[in-house]
Ligand binder design. Sequence first.
Ligand code: TRP
Length: 468
Amino acid sequence: MNNPSPASQRGGDSEASIKRGLWSSRMAFVLAATGSAVGLGNIWKFPYVTGENGGGAFVLVYLFCIAAVGLPIMMAEILIGRRGGASPIRSMGQITRRDGHHRAWGLAAVIGVLAAFLILSFYSMIGGWAVSYISTSATGQLTGLSADAIGEIFSGLLGNPWALLGWHTLFMALVVFVVIRGLRGGLERAVTILMPALFVLLLIVVGYAMTTGHFGEGVAFLFQPDFSGLTTAGVLVALGHAFFTLSLGMAVMMAYGSYLSKNVSIAKTSIVVSVMDTGVALLAGLAIFPIVFANGLEPGAGPGLIFQTLPLAFGQMPWGSLFGTLFFILLTFAAWTSAISLLEPVVEWLEEKKGMSRGKSTIGAGIACWLLGIVSILSLNVWSDVTPLGMFAMFEGKTIFDLLDFVTASVMLPLAGLLVALFAGWIMTREALQNELAMSARSFSLWYGIIRYVTPVAVAVVFIYNLL
Ligand code: TRP
């Protein structure tokens, strides 16, 4: 399949893409990209980082980052993928060779693949939490419990490395199972049904949240900016989360873009994906914070936030066990489709670089991620006091899991994103960009200005502030 000779790849994008097959429709691409974007980032991470960073002001910065940094970079990644017509690392190489740029730009894709690997290791552990809550809800264990009792169920799970290991193993096996069969198999169909279902279930929980009598408080927490609660570190988290939630900085959108047909508008597609992703995150926030306030819980409770609030809601609402079970099934699916997109670039890299078969690459990468995931599991219990970089004020009290999350989401993703923005804005030719984006002159200039100036400056400023 993969022709190693660059000369024969010169023929152009269409040739390469035809060889690799395309998405069956624009809708299929939108669904797959949304399936990757909508995941634990929206439902698990967004509420808890918002809670930790004081609410409204953080949300405002996050929305700005989505619009001014995330969306333009998503367009850049998709266009690079489509123009290169190959796997991410190869696509960047392809474009640099064809258009005579320095090969070092391929580094962006390399950072991305490494970040994918690191993220998947702990993503799978959190995915495992979601799976375990399917059975906790289905067996009715959450019904009518107090906030304290629910908190104990959660800390019981985190304190039990063997249980965590079991769920982590199950989750990773699910991911490997799909990736081994290639990207397009069941993915399109699964996403078509599951994404809308997740949306409806979130709406049901929001409906419940409205009955708690604290809905207004939740809305105010999310949408009334109070900048006194926001630190510069919080701004970095917002920026990093914009990358994380849109699946940027890791070449996933490049990989998906390479299967995209020429006559699809990259801009419109990216806007649809970003809006859906942001919509799910805000809905999750609206579902969770009223429950937090109604039960006197702590918005800054950290990574366990949704596992301590949503079960409360399900424990109290009519048909709660049913809705709860459904919800955690859908959360598992959302995490699953995202995790698939995290493993895919690693597998493609092994296939191309090491010449391994798909089966071997997938199993090899899966096992390596699974092993690394054990480190995150242990850092919640046995190693909860181990803070390897604790001597630096910035990392005080951060466990290995916290550090992995920080290094990937807040450092590697924005860094890779910065390289993508610079590559698209300053290295690729204007003709190449215009040709791919095919937008009106006005919209193109707007995007071009943003990707050349706004995006790199925003990322650089946030970084530098945090280093000082
Ligand atoms: N976007 C996913 C989420 O919000 C996580 C994810 C999947 C991701 N693929 C990615 C993050 C690629 C960064 C890069 O849960």
